[in-house]
Design a protein around this ligand. Structure first.
Ligand code: FAD
Ligand code: NAP
Length: 340
């Protein structure tokens, strides 16, 4: 139920609004709601986040046996709801962080629901960039992957291909050699953009073969990846390679478009946190893959969600009573003076 529906014409003000329903968002909600903060969680279009598109998760602590990604996220959601989080299956399209309470719009129309909160936690995540091939989408989770740490152990003894020429592709290829019989690293140009040291490790690894000037054009297989069709962009020669898995490592994109010009972000669009989990706007916190381009794991996202909720709680406490329309006071944050 949108907050204005509860209070007639006057929108209610939540203590905390959380944007995003992946591991970071739900964990933040568990902590915030359990701390008796009036909490709303805007779940977005992909309710449950990235783990909804994977099968077995084997590295989330507490689960001895593998758990399906959607089942794990269902548990996150139920736990957040148990402590009284208001769950709203809407996407936020616009924000106003200039004044408290902060405002979040779920839609572009004039009558789009508006959510107001004294603190906001952004947990909008990120997504792998894909090649855009038909078979790639169809066989995701069945041989096509964007995460070697997550899926590598499922490919014991297989021949694998990795696409990309940056540090992530080098890292993925090296990591996969632990399990794979062989790894072919496919790059569209004749030199890598990865750091020299990573390139050296890849070049010197006996299990890795490099294919420069090569693009993947088709992913083959009915129910699982059986091979890929590649083309040399200089000679035009085409070839079918038999592989049991395709790891696409051509970059990630954080979901931060709506915060552009509002919050500090790096050149790739990841939100920058200045003090613990606080963004460039005091009272607005960020957690999970939307900040983290290094670890990108469910457990690290959940951990950051916990940190952000505790930071939000302490920050709210330090602010005392704030009237609607008050200009954000940047100076008080648990004894820190983060932004002037
Ligand atoms: P996400 O899970 O990306 O969630 C982002 C949320 O934000 C979504 O709910 C989305 O709807 C919402 N959102 C985005 N924009 C808006 C908006 N404008 N308004 C409202 N909501 C919005 N990690 C592991 O630890 N183990 C694994 O085995 C594993 N396997 C993986 C398999 C796959 C196929 C993929 C893609 C990832 C895998 N990962 C795994 C990585 C893990 O899923 C991520 O690190 C984790 O989900 C990040 O959590 P998050 O909460 O930061 O963001
Ligand atoms: P990246 O540096 O942007 O590299 C992406 C790679 O994918 C590039 O080689 C690019 O090719 C290729 N590519 C992009 N679109 C493609 C497409 N449609 N088809 C085929 N290939 C495509 O991304 P990243 O590797 O994820 O790294 C991101 C940042 O994180 C970098 O700054 C990196 O240094 C850092 N990082 C560091 C480490 C580490 O230090 N250990 C590990 C991982 C990441 P072109 O080269 O032709 O553009």
């Amino acid at each position: 139920m949108a907050n204005q529906e509860r209070d007639g014409q006057t929108p209610a003000v939540y203590d905390v609004a959380i944007i995003g329903s992946g591991p970071a968002g739900y964990t933040a909600a568990i902590y915030a709601a359990r701390a008796n903060l009036r909490t709303v969680l805007l779940q977005g279009e992909q309710i449950g986040g990235q783990l909804m598109i994977t099968s077995d998760v084997e590295n989330y602590p507490g689960f001895i046996d593998p758990i399906l990604g959607p089942d794990l996220m269902d548990r996150f959601e139920q736990q957040a709801a148990r402590f009284g989080t208001e769950l709203v299956p809407r996407d936020i399209t616009r924000v106003d962080f200039a004044h408290r309470p902060f405002r979040l719009w779920a839609g572009d129309d004039d009558d789009a629901p508006v959510y107001q909160a004294d603190a906001v936690i952004i947990a909008t995540g990120a997504g792998a960039i894909w090649l855009g091939l038909e078979g790639e989408t169809r066989l995701q989770g069945r041989g096509v992957s964007g995460c070697a740490t997550c899926d590598g152990p499922f490919f014991q003894g297989r021949a694998l291909a990795v696409v990309g020429g940056g540090d992530t592709a080098m890292e993925e290829a090296l990591f996969l050699t632990r399990y794979a019989a062989s790894v072919t690293l496919i790059h569209r140009r004749d030199h890598f953009r990865a750091s020299k040291i990573m390139q050296e490790r890849v070049r010197n690894h006996p299990k890795i073969t490099i294919r420069f000037d090569t693009v993947v054009e088709h992913v083959l297989g009915e129910h699982a990846v059986e091979g890929i069709r590649v083309r040399n962009v200089k000679t035009g020669a085409e070839e079918t390679m038999e592989v049991g898995g395709l790891f696409v490592a051509i970059g990630h994109k954080p979901n931060t478009e709506i915060f552009r010009g509002v919050l500090d972000m790096d050149a790739r669009g990841y939100l920058i946190t200045h003090h613990h989990t606080m963004t460039s706007v005091p009272g607005v916190f960020a957690a999970g893959d939307v900040v983290d381009h290094r670890y990108r794991q469910a457990v690290t996202a959940a951990g950051e969600g916990c940190r952000a909720a505790i930071d939000a709680e302490r920050w709210l406490e330090s602010q005392g009573e704030v009237e609607p329309g008050d200009v954000v006071d940047p100076r008080v944050y648990g004894g820190l003076r983060p932004l002037q």
